[in-house]
Structure formats: structure tokens, C-alpha cells
Design a protein around this ligand. Structure first.
Ligand code: AMP
Ligand code: MG
Length: 429
């Protein structure tokens, strides 16, 4: 992505209060990243059905009133509220029928009413609909018993759904099913959306083997590329899977250059720990403006962040740690919101549940911990149980969990029964 003159990392760091790259609180890291990432600009027009999940590029202003006319909300009789008797029954003369989509072209005088169907236009002067089941009809003589209806009941007003000139949907909205219906109700066939974000990702580490390869002694299969693929897929971005890249300076440089030239963001896993012997960090540094953070969190302490450049193109770099749980946690803590912001989406904090911990949890103040938990409903509300082993290499803990227990920076030990915040996976992954 190319922007005018993006701020340097040093400039951003100077704006983040309490910035300390060696013990960076999660909130400060999030603020830093929010200041760093640019937003896609290119707009494309799509048929509304193709726009599900895409980011709206401009406000959609309604050119019409929806509904266009006052109309009936019930099957019944349309009448004048002023004709209703102060006490006792009201007797009116039905002069015809109004159907939805076929306007009644007669007029309805005082003392008269119109049999009307749901969605039919209210004739001039009529302001109230009495549902059919409350009335007694004898030929064209309609009796409305006292108290079954008040003036204005069961009438839908013109423009009550969307008024002409009003913003029906705001730019930055990720389009959902109801929004497609809303656009259709405006008669809009196409909608302007931002182009999809392109995200490249690869794994680094000489011990990694890809599926289909024999597992040599001391090696592990590359699982991070699969969890990352799944998490990115849910964000609706375009993916460039670059496989496993060997710990070789030339191979790494060529991978980073390819990513910078072809993607808006590049996500790597592995090779960013302090004291890491491999070449990943070195190559990241030579290709761009990159910082190596130690974040006050668990799991997921080391992380590289910055911008890499090749031939005038650049990409935001998220260098995630290698441990499989740390990859997922850092993705949700930092990368998800950043990619949504880059996509042009209006980013809101993820909703959290408040759940009673079934057990005491040891927690050190001064870092954010993300523990894997199983949330369930108890007689008194939500409760959460921590899944067995919490090691950051134990991916099973993530697979068994249905949420992340978020133990905040300042929080200390948790007693059994105490309420904790939980980020549920449903709707997130
Ligand atoms: P690193 O951050 O490179 O020191 O890696 C930390 C741990 O995560 C090591 O045990 C690695 O073998 C493991 N690891 C790194 N990348 C992957 C991957 N793509 N899939 C599975 N495990 C990985
Ligand atoms: Mg490594």
C-alpha cells in the first residue's frame, strides 16, 4: 500500500504515552498499531449480493422515502380517528377495498371507511386502521366496538423506515444481511465498497515441515499457516499463502520483497524472539522500518511491527511469535483490529462476557494474560473453566476452548467465583 508520507515508527512512538518497547502494555501496542496502519482507498462497485461482508466505501443516502406512502400495518378497515365515537360502538360505511400495490382511487368521506390490506396505501384523510378481527361487518355496514382502536393505530408513516436525504448506511460499515435488504428497499442495485485488503503470510523456522513431507527428527509440522489462514479467511481479506520460508537470508529477503510488492500487510510467525539465532529479524530490519517489541502479555511476548519496502511498494509487517497459541492470541489482540482498520472498516471493540471463574487463577499484575477457557451457562449466569495446560505451544488448549479469559494488565490473582472477562470465540472465529 502506498500512502502520501506515512509517519515513521519513531514519530508514532513519540505520540504513545508510556511507550517502552521492552515492556509494552497491550493497550499501548494497540494504540501504536492503530496509528501505524493506513486504510485502503480504491473503491469498486458491486451488485448488492456480492457485497455481503464487504466494507462500504461511502455513506448511502436514501433518495426516496421508505415506505413511500403512509400504509396499513394490518388487514382491516382504514378510518378517520375523528369518526370514532367517544363512547360505545362506531358504525361506518365501507366504500371499497384497498389492496397492497393497487391504489384505491376513490375518496372516503366522513362516516365512511375502506376495507384495507396490509401494505395498501392509506387514502387521503384516513389515519387509523382497525384490525378486521375486532370488527363486525354486515354487508357494507362495519361496526367498530368501543376501545379496540385509537387514532393513528396500525398506520405506517411514509419515510418511517428511511427518510429521503437520510444516511441509510455509513461508510466503514461491514455489510450484513439486513444491510443488503435495506439497500434493496432503496431500489439500489449496486453499492460502492472498498477493495479487499491483500494479506501475505508465511512461516519461518528450519524445524518446520509442510504437510506431505516426512517429519525428520526434531521437526514439527507447520500448523501456524493453517490457523492464520482460518483467522484471515473469517476477516474476508484476500490471502497470499507463501508457505514455509527457510532460514536463509536470500530466501527470506525474496519472500519479504514479494510480500511488500504484492500485499498490503504481511504476517509471519516465528523467529522474532530475543536471542533468536535465525536471520528473520536481520532481514526484516534491512528491508524496512521495523521494531522488535516485548509486550507485557502472556502468551505472545515477542513481536515485530513495522513497514517493509521493496521497489517503492510497502506492506505493514506483523512478525508474530512462533508458538501456536501465541500466534492466535497476538492475532486477536493486535492483528485483527489492525486489518479491519486497514480494510476501511469501522472497528468496534469485541463484545466480552462477564463469567464467574470456576477456580482460582494465578495472575501477575503488570501484564495481560489470555487464558483458554470453556464458557457455559450455570443456574446463576455465565461461568468459565480454564482448559487444562496453558502452555503457549499447546494448541489443543485453543481447540478445546470456546473463549479467551482476558486477565487485564492491572488485574492480580482471581478467586474462585470471581467475575472475569471472556472473549467468546463464537462470532469471532
Ligand atoms: P520461535 O518464535 O521461532 O522461537 O518459535 C517458538 C516455538 O514455536 C518453537 O518451538 C517452534 O518450533 C514453534 N513454531 C514456530 N513456527 C511454527 C509453526 N509455523 N507451526 C508450528 N510450530 C511453530
Ligand atoms: Mg524459530
Amino acid at each position: 500500500m502506498t500512502t502520501a508520507t506515512p509517519p515513521t515508527l519513531a514519530e508514532i512512538a513519540s505520540c504513545v504515552s508510556g511507550y517502552d518497547p521492552n515492556a509494552l502494555p497491550v493497550a499501548q501496542a494497540q494504540e501504536f498499531i492503530a496509528r501505524l496502519v493506513p486504510r485502503v482507498q480504491a473503491v469498486e462497485m458491486l451488485a448488492i449480493r456480492s457485497a455481503l461482508g464487504r466494507v462500504l466505501a461511502r455513506d448511502i443516502v436514501s433518495a426516496i422515502d421508505v415506505p413511500a406512502h403512509d400504509n396499513s400495518a394490518m388487514d382491516g378497515y382504514a378510518l378517520r380517528g375523528s369518526d370514532l365515537a367517544a363512547s360505545g360502538d362506531t358504525v361506518l360505511q365501507a366504500v371499497g377495498t384497498g389492496f397492497a400495490g393497487a391504489q384505491f382511487d376513490g375518496s372516503v368521506a366522513a362516516g365512511q371507511c375502506l376495507r384495507i390490506m396490509t401494505g395498501a396505501v392509506m387514502p387521503a384523510g384516513l389515519d387509523t386502521v382497525v384490525p378486521q378481527e375486532f370488527t363486525k361487518a354486515d354487508g357494507t355496514r362495519v361496526t367498530v366496538p368501543a376501545g379496540v382502536v385509537r387514532t393513528g393505530d396500525n398506520r405506517r408513516l411514509a419515510g418511517e423506515d428511511l427518510a429521503m436525504g437520510e444516511a441509510a448506511l455509513k461508510a466503514g460499515r461491514v455489510l450484513r444481511p439486513a444491510d443488503l435488504g435495506l439497500l434493496a428497499s432503496l431500489g439500489q442495485a449496486e453499492v460502492p465498497v472498498l477493495r479487499r485488503l491483500r494479506v501475505a503470510f508465511f512461516s519461518t523456522g528450519d524445524e518446520l515441515r509442510s504437510i506431505g513431507e516426512p517429519l525428520d527428527a526434531g521437526c514439527v509440522y507447520d500448523s501456524n499457516r493453517y490457523t492464520l489462514w482460518g483467522m484471515l479467511q473469517r476477516l474476508g481479506v484476500d490471502l497470499i499463502d507463501m508457505g514455509v520460508v527457510r532460514d536463509d537470508p536470500a530466501a527470506l529477503e525474496s519472500a519479504f520483497r514479494h510480500a511488500a510488492e504484492n500485499a498490503d500487510a504481511v504476517i509471519t510467525s516465528g523467529g522474532v524472539s530475543v536471542g533468536e539465532a535465525d536471520h528473520t529479524k536481520q532481514v526484516m530490519k534491512t528491508l524496512g522500518d521495523v521494531l522488535f517489541w516485548r509486550i507485557a502479555m502472556r502468551p505472545g511476548r515477542p513481536m515485530a511491527i513495522g513497514r517493509i519496502t521493496s521497489r517503492g511498494h510497502d506492506a505493514i509487517l506483523f512478525g508474530l511469535p512462533g508458538n501456536p497459541v501465541a500466534v492466535m492470541v497476538t492475532f486477536y489482540a493486535f492483528v485483527r483490529d489492525a486489518l479491519l482498520a486497514m480494510s476501511g472498516a469501522f472497528v468496534q471493540p469485541l463484545p466480552m462476557l462477564s463469567a464467574a471463574s470456576t477456580q482460582p487463577i494465578r495472575k501477575k499484575a503488570g501484564r495481560t494474560e489470555y487464558q483458554r477457557g470453556i464458557v457455559s451457562r450455570s443456574a446463576t449466569g455465565w461461568q468459565v473453566e480454564i482448559t487444562g495446560s496453558q502452555g503457549s505451544g499447546i494448541l489443543r488448549s485453543m481447540s478445546e476452548a470456546n473463549g479467551l479469559v482476558v486477565l487485564h494488565h492491572e488485574q492480580g490473582n482471581v478467586a474462585a467465583g470471581e467475575l472475569v472477562d471472556v472473549l467468546p470465540f463464537d462470532g469471532l472465529v
